[in-house]
Design a protein around this ligand. Sequence first.
Ligand code: FES
Ligand code: FES
Length: 153
Amino acid sequence: SYKLVSCTINGKKCEKMVDVRSSLTDMLRNDYRLTSVKKGCEVGECGACNVLIDGEAFNSCIYLAVWAEGKDILTLEGLMGPNGEISDLQQAFIDEAAVQCGFCTPGFVMSATEILNSGKLYSKEELRKLLSGHLCRCTGYENILVAVEKTMK
Ligand code: FES
Ligand code: FES
């Protein structure tokens, strides 16, 4: 069966009928064409589908689309400034060569955005733990940590 889901996505009010069995990943990718939200494991293990829900990072593959009712959702696309500018964090990923194939990148960027929004300063070890829910098959972890650490300062 289908249910109307009204929420805010990347600052815009959105409303669509959604299959009650759909994940938030599927709703964002298929209904809203927000393809930065990647489908990796689809069981909450890899972080590729990470988005912010009311400011908190979640794996959208294990979050039902209907739970998004009334929520404020931010995907990587929503980080873009009015003239297409990317965020400081995204620039740091580029500068530090923290992107290889790029599949894990949107998820890492969204989790790291939550970390940066907290305004707290973390050590590299703490960052490693905070980002441990993300897998990078290209294994570029060190450069990713450097990019996040650099943006935090
Ligand atoms: Fe959601 Fe892997 S696709 S955690
Ligand atoms: Fe390829 Fe991380 S850059 S999976």
